[in-house]
Design a protein around this ligand. Structure first.
Ligand SMILES: [Zn+2]
Length: 277
């Protein structure tokens, strides 16, 4: 007969919710037995007295060993949101809540890690080369950041538009992921119209003018991106930064990805030549 595995830990947010209700019931001066009864009725979970007393006396926090995360607006957190709306991904595997980025530019992976680590208050992670995919990969684990990032975009807007620096952080993350510079044309492509429209608004408040978003690829067809063919299920939209705003873009947002920053500098130099000729 197979031995029973240890009871799995409750997901962190569930523990956090139990913790919050225990603390608030205690504030209403319920006894431990009354709290146990109430929680059992409301949530179908029977807590032990020792559990409650540990929480009430502050001996244990409900987070366990995961990093505590407060969604305090910061340029770093905004950058993470921008990247996750582009090349980044979040996923749950078993009990691991993963925030990951796989990209060709190492400095991009490192900048993403710097921002994630700062947002969750963890140590830095090492970017690893994935030979099979020919990509740099960096990943962090945080249930609270995962849950924050998984929210509908409408709820993330207040955090990323907190101030100019946060707005720039978001835009830089999004453009590091999704922008391409070709000649004097700087554009971002994405399937999420809401995110593109919001990026347009943030750019505008930074004095950066755009055209679009325009539908460039209808879903259901094959598309070629960076030499690879994908079957696109979604519509793809493009937002263009107007040439007259390239200088402002470079000053107020810019890129962490070196090759994109170089392409932008070339575009500006070209513009300078055109203007002076
Ligand atoms: Zn801010």
């Amino acid at each position: 007969m197979r031995a029973f595995a240890k009871r799995p830990l409750r997901p962190v947010w569930e523990r956090k919710e139990l913790y919050d209700s225990v603390i608030s019931l205690r504030r209403k001066e319920l006894t431990y037995s009354q709290i146990i009864e109430r929680v059992l009725q409301q949530r179908g979970v029977r807590l032990r007295k020792s559990h409650i007393s540990d929480w009430v006396n502050g001996k244990h926090q409900p987070y366990g060993s995961t990093h505590e995360f407060e969604p305090i607006p910061s340029p770093e957190l905004a950058y993470v949101v921008g990247v996750v709306k582009g090349d980044g991904s979040i996923s749950v595997q078993k009990w691991s809540y993963r925030i990951r980025l796989r990209v060709i530019d190492k400095e991009f992976a490192e900048e993403f890690d710097r921002c994630v680590s700062k947002a969750i208050g963890s140590r830095r992670h090492t970017a690893k080369w994935v030979q099979k995919k020919l990509l740099w990969s960096v990943e962090a684990s945080s249930v609270l950041l995962y849950r924050f990032l998984r929210q509908p975009f409408s709820r993330l807007k207040s955090v990323i538009s907190h101030c100019r620096r946060c707005a720039s952080g978001f835009l830089r993350g999004f453009f590091d992921s999704e922008a391409s510079v070709s000649g004097r044309s700087l554009s971002v492509s994405n399937a999420n119209l809401e995110v593109l429209r919001f990026a347009k608004r943030l750019l505008k408040t930074n004095g950066i003018l755009t055209t679009g978003p325009r539908l460039v690829q209808r879903g259901g067809r094959a598309v070629v991106i960076k030499g690879k063919t994908y079957h696109a299920n979604k519509n793809i939209y493009l937002l263009y930064v107007r040439t007259l705003s390239l200088q402002h873009y470079a000053q107020r947002v810019g890129f962490s990805v070196r090759r994109k920053q170089v392409a932008l500098s070339l575009a500006l130099a070209q513009g300078g030549r055109l203007a002076s000729s």
